[in-house]
Design a protein around this ligand. Structure first.
Ligand code: ZN
Length: 501
């Protein structure tokens, strides 16, 4: 065992930004919390520098881990999964997880599990969390599972899981770059997808269809049918290319179910691929390494001058996506975080995010980001067998299971920060976007008869609808008729496409 032989153990440096991973110093009280990250760094070092350089010649390794964030990540997972306070252990000066408590996931009130185990992996529900600073690409916290002693498999890095709805932002990112706006409308009505062979009828989590909806509603409420329609309209290959450019490294199948996340990705690459949403469109690779020196102090590798980033979305397109994903947290499937209590963002940081749930409830995700931290949370079983069941029977498991972990992690990380010092998301250039009051049912300018169908929405400048809603007309016998008009929805919702300057 690595620990018994005293090889790599992390040690906290004087400043949180530079936490060295010293190959010769042991800090037992930190080992458990840092296990997955230490092993991840060790494997990286051995693969890059070779075994003897790491173990015989001696490397001084400074990592990007933030000790406080790491502690909060472990605490958030342990406490949410146990649903009670962890045990304070005076021997180590830290929180100790009670293994017995952690094995009762069904105590969580909103869901229950059906015991069905395969040999070889822990039979309890697993979690992974990875948090990356989008401004630098530095990995600040990483938890690869519930218990390193039970399983060294690092689910944050090595697991390949279906992202489900957490993939949808890449669909809408491509749509926005093709000219769609938060106020564009899409039909959320049954669609039959040719899978050749066979057909597929995607359904929504609530089992209903919602007629005409704006892109913002579709994102906020995570409508599946809308996402499939938008994905097919903008092109599945374009969606995959967009996701790859943003940071998804795993292969993506070019299939019509891709918009619903029918691919296999790791939490780390998901966090990496959400970075452009927080940076105004700049992608960065995630790294655990700040600096590596040999025993003479020669710098072998340094990420201290971090990348300026690669532009993968336009500034305005990234701003529109950021705006959409903030509305998921302020009033969508992530409202339960209460991040915007009273309209004021917690710790002065605005936050965006997206829940994720696979269609068979085998995976629950929450992807959340502030200007300074992009975090992926995944919850599920190692064997991919469906056992996460919502007691209500329907819903977004990501919001019920993964979101509370993100919320506790983030609120603890920023518990002492001064809101006045909080960083902000990049803004949008003056005149790049326009507001308009539109009718949600027609997607056209609202008139007085549209009533509660009228919403103030955002558009790419120059793409605001010019026609007035024909469905709700004062005095019209059809004013209360909710029957959808007969038209080709893509022509209508895609009216803005190509019109972007
Ligand atoms: Zn109307």
């Amino acid at each position: 065992m690595m620990r018994e032989e005293g090889y790599i153990t992390p040690e906290q440096a004087g400043e949180a930004m530079a936490a060295p991973l010293d190959v010769s110093i042991s800090r037992p009280e930190l080992e458990q919390e840092w296990d997955y990250f230490s092993e991840y760094v060790r494997q990286y070092l051995v693969s890059r520098y070779g075994w003897s350089a790491v173990y015989e010649q001696g490397l001084q390794v400074y990592t990007t881990l933030d000790p406080d964030m790491q502690e909060q990540a472990v605490f958030a997972i342990d406490s949410v999964m146990a649903l009670r306070d962890p045990v304070w252990d005076p021997a180590t000066g830290g929180y100790r997880s009670d293994p017995e408590r952690l094995r009762f996931p069904s105590s969580y009130e909103h869901w229950q599990t059906v015991e069905d185990t395969l040999s070889g992996s822990p039979d309890y529900i697993q979690c992974a969390l990875v948090a990356v600073d989008p401004r630098t690409g530095y990995i600040r916290a990483m938890v690869g599972g519930r218990d390193f002693q039970d399983s060294e498999f690092n689910r944050a890095v090595q697991a390949r899981r279906q992202p489900g709805s957490a993939f949808k932002p890449f669909v809408y990112a491509e749509a926005v770059e093709q000219g769609w706006s938060p106020g564009s409308v899409v039909l959320d009505q049954p669609v039959v997808v040719d899978l050749s062979p066979g057909q597929w009828r995607p359904r929504n989590y609530d089992g209903r269809f919602h007629g005409m909806v704006t892109v913002r509603e579709a994102v906020q409420r995570s409508y599946n049918v809308s996402a499939v329609r938008v994905g097919m309209a903008v092109g599945i290959e374009a969606v995959a290319a967009r996701a790859h450019s943003m940071g998804i490294e795993s292969d993506l199948p070019i299939v019509n179910s891709l918009p619903l996340g029918s691919c296999m990705v790791s939490p780390l690459e998901m966090a990496q691929a959400y970075i452009p949403f927080a940076t105004g469109g700049l992608a960065r690779g995630a790294t655990p390494i700040l600096r590596v020196e040999d025993r003479y102090g020669n710098v072998l590798e340094s990420n201290e001058q971090y990348s300026t980033g690669t532009r993968v979305m336009s500034e305005t397109g990234a701003w529109l996506m950021n705006n959409l994903l903030q509305s998921v947290v302020s009033g969508g499937t992530a409202y339960g975080s209460h991040w915007y209590a009273g309209g004021v963002p917690y710790s002065g940081r605005r936050a965006g995010g997206k829940t994720g749930t696979t269609s068979d409830y085998a995976d629950a995700w929450f992807m959340g980001f502030t200007p300074d931290l992009v975090t992926a949370v995944w919850v599920g079983y190692d064997d991919h067998i469906v056992r996460i069941r919502l007691q209500s029977g329907r819903g977004e498991a990501g919001g019920d299971i993964a979101l509370p972990i993100w919320t506790r992690f983030m609120k603890n990380v920023f518990r002492n920060s001064n809101p006045g010092d909080a960083p902000s998301f990049p803004g949008v250039a003056s005149g790049a976007v326009e507001h308009a009051v539109i009718c949600r049912q027609s997607g056209l300018l609202a008139n007085a008869a549209c009533g509660d169908k009228a919403v103030d929405e955002i558009f790419w400048a120059g793409t605001v609808p010019t026609q007035t809603c024909p469905i709700h007309v004062s005095g019209s016998p059809f004013a209360t008729d909710t029957t959808l008009p007969d038209f080709t929805e893509f022509d209508r919702s895609g009216g803005a496409r190509g019109a972007r300057p």
